[in-house]
Design a protein around this ligand. Structure first.
Ligand SMILES: [Fe+2]
Length: 381
């Protein structure tokens, strides 16, 4: 089954095998004549990146690339990228990659014409209105994983290189103008990355669905996103060349990111500090803490999860869903707990303090305090 689709929600999305060949047309649609492709160091030398540059070059758009991007991009990567963008006289960005390439690409397009420091645009209140929106360059996003969903997001995550704290930079115009979701770009992912990124998409859908805020549109998208992950992540994991599974996982990743406008929760509030302190994989960390968070949230979400279980064809309500999550984790080789991930429970106070400051914390269905968050961390070991 070859799935091809054009959507315009939440932005123009071109989904289907081989559609990377439409990259130059997508860039031209946004008026670009000299785009800068931004990706991470690992991807820079890969064939899929070379091919994307060929497509741009053959259409007369050049083959400029910036790849000095760390796995958790920081403000130094951003400054270097903005300099390359300005010095090269570029007029837009092709953000290419997993979360790091996509987020840093988006942020370079955003910061290229701003005069204030990037931290002035953190996602707090109306800080985004400080930006000169007319100076934000157009963005084409090309995901090469199926998890982060940053290709359809209006934010970028930037790590402060001194404090190691991740900050969310927000502006409505950070939403890419065109997204190309070509599942063939994801077939080279190692199994562990397929599993980790896929579980990130699952966590986005689960936390959005569970968050108490009133946003039924996002709730519906989250629920169908859970179904796509359930049906297709094990297939993509087992056989990386299963294109139907890869295509559906790309859709699920985008749906996760659309749905989490409704909110995230404790999975991400815990995962962010663990990732910051121990440099663990974001999606895999989400999967590791997921069962403890489900137990923690049970009093507030039991009925809701029961409804999701029924939709997903899982019997046994909340307990059935919980057992399903454990089985999915086992199937994907997710470590049992934080101990199995190689982490010692000696910095729980510090992690809990960071977690309750995390922006995701406010969306958790059970209010998080310093005390119950310490207990929750302990339960993850
Ligand atoms: Fe995430």
């Amino acid at each position: 089954m070859n799935i091809v689709a054009n959507w315009s929600y939440p932005t123009a999305i071109k989904l289907g095998r081989g559609r990377i060949k439409e990259l130059a047309d997508a860039a031209k649609t946004l008026g670009l004549k000299k785009p800068l492709l931004v990706t991470d160091r690992g991807l820079a030398s890969m064939a899929i990146t070379g091919h994307a540059l060929d497509v741009l070059d053959e259409a007369g758009l050049g083959r400029a690339i910036f790849a000095e991007v760390d796995p958790n991009p920081n403000e130094k990567n951003l400054e270097a990228g903005v300099k390359v963008y300005r010095d090269g006289g570029h007029d837009g960005v092709v953000a290419f990659g997993g979360g790091s390439g996509l987020d840093l690409g988006k942020l370079i397009a955003f910061m290229a014409g701003q005069t204030r420091p990037v931290w002035d645009f953190e996602d707090i209140g109306d800080w985004w209105t400080r930006a000169d929106a007319s100076k934000i360059a157009p963005i084409v996003a090309v995901p090469t994983t199926a998890g982060t969903g940053s290709e359809v997001g209006r934010a970028g995550v930037l790590t402060n290189s001194e404090t190691h704290v991740k900050k969310i930079i927000f502006h409505p115009k950070l939403l890419p103008g065109v997204v190309i979701c070509d599942p063939e770009l994801t077939t080279g992912m190692p199994k562990v990355i397929t599993a980790g990124t896929g579980m990130d998409a699952f966590a986005h859908c689960l936390e959005a669905y569970s968050s108490p805020f009133y946003h039924p549109m996002s709730g519906g998208i989250a629920l169908e996103g859970l179904r796509l992950v359930k049906d297709f992540l094990p297939r993509a994991f087992k056989d990386g060349s299963d294109m139907e599974a890869r295509t559906n996982m790309m859709a699920a990743a985008a749906m996760g990111a659309v749905s989490f406008q409704k909110g995230l929760g404790a999975i991400h509030a815990l995962s962010h500090p663990i990732g910051a302190v121990y440099n663990t994989h974001h999606g895999m960390t989400n999967a590791v803490v997921m069962p403890a968070v489900l137990r923690f949230n049970r009093p507030a979400i039991e009925e809701k999860i029961g409804r999701a279980a029924a939709y997903l064809g899982i019997s046994g309500g909340f307990d059935g869903f919980y057992d399903y999550v454990l089985a999915l984790r086992a199937e994907l080789g997710v470590p049992q707990n934080l101990t199995a991930m190689g982490i010692k429970p000696d910095r729980i106070d510090e992690l809990a303090a960071m977690a309750i400051e995390d922006p995701s914390c406010g969306g958790n269905p059970v209010p998080m305090t310093l005390e119950n968050t310490k207990a929750l961390f302990l339960d993850c070991f």
